[in-house]
Write a protein that binds this ligand. Sequence first.
Ligand code: UD1
Ligand code: CA
Length: 454
Amino acid sequence: MKKYAIILAAGKGTRMHSSLPKVLHKVIGKPMISRVLAAVDGASVEEKYIVIGHGAEQVKEVVGDEGHLVIQEKQLGTGHAVLTALEAMEMDVDDPEQSLVLVTCGDTPLLRAESLNEMMDQHTVQGSVATVMTTVVDAPTGYGRILRDGDKIRGIVEQKDATAQEQAICEINVGTYCFNLDFLLSEIHHLTTDNAQGEFYLTDLLKIAYDKNLQTSGYQLENADESLGVNNRVQLARAEKLLRARVNEAWMMEGVTMLDPSSISIENEVVLEPDVVLESNIYLSGHTVIKTGAVIEAGSRIKNSTIEHDAHIKQAVITDSYVGAYTTIGPFAQLRPGTALGEHVKVGNFVEVKNSNIADESKVSHHTYIGDTDMGARVNVGCGTITCNYDGKNKFRTVIGDDVFIGSNTNLIAPIEIGDETVIGAGSTLSKNVVKQALAFTRPPLVVKEHWKK
Ligand code: UD1
Ligand code: CA
């Protein structure tokens, strides 16, 4: 069996009230359409056809070459969207009798690959020509309702076309289907716009199949949450919340402690080790790795960074950086891209470090900017120190040896090298290198004018 997928994403998403196409809105840092495509990939589908229309250029930029892009110029309904994809597909198909088509929507970010697989397996086992994914909900308003004949599906009726009796049905159409390709190709042309919305309804294919005595079936999701379709920002927030719960519960089962999981957002690529502690209001994104024993306090954002074991992040923003074991950061600190800290380093409050290396046991405790710097081990940087790395045009490096003591409120004007074991007096502004083991300071004389006030 060859498997194809058609992903419907041409709609406008009017209810989002957004300049961004609906399917590009993010759930845990990733566009909804990308989450759907990932689930479809997990269902071992060979070829993906993504139907786009509204905001096609923007969607194209995000999904790129993840599938064949098919433009649906006018959104005439889900049936028309699938027809448009089939027209683009036909030339690539060699054996329709041996092919399945998975159809799903770009706005159901919580669907799991496992469910798609199970639906397709069931479809094959039951010898169906059309299978619809369903679920039972308390509030079915707005969804297509499932009309059953035992295990068979005799049709799907849209909210606007449903009788009062049909509206009472709580089993709904999720918007995901599996079809035999030959069935689709022969029957899709029989769809009409004879309905309340004047659209070509894909859902009518179930009735068409049933009326022809072909096998139809429903694959019912146990957990209705998975089927959540996002049409507005309230549902977007709900999707975010549900996905956080799913992701975070999995991490907790792996040994991660979370004080308030509902406030913690963890992207897919992040790796956490057992005995990591995450407090609350934490965003972990990109290729971030946090190793065992590390504690991340409330209000931290960490992106594309490695936090070594037993490090302690007391509220910080950390991007593209490496934090060594037993090192403490913050509170209120920022590590900008290209920062690498050794073990037992201390970066204290109101400290910013950028594109710099700081070796083991060095301390930068307060109100300091370290940029484009290579700092040795066991250095003590006094409060208010600034590496002046930028002359308005170019950036220069500061090199600081081992065991240096830098007094408070020092300016190091780069390029500059400070030798091992030097002592820099407080309040200095240095623009020349200092040899090792020296004492260096610049200090204007103290001026005291007595009786000045009078
Ligand atoms: C559809 C189903 C309904 C189901 C619901 C689940 C039909 C007729 N109805 O209704 O039974 O309960 O989904 O969410 O299919 N799209 C296109 N081109 C179009 C029209 C739609 O690409 O011409 C895309 C949309 O971008 C969206 C998806 O198809 O991703 C569903 O369309 P939407 O208008 O949201 O359908 P519903 O009315 O919600
Ligand atoms: Ca919808």
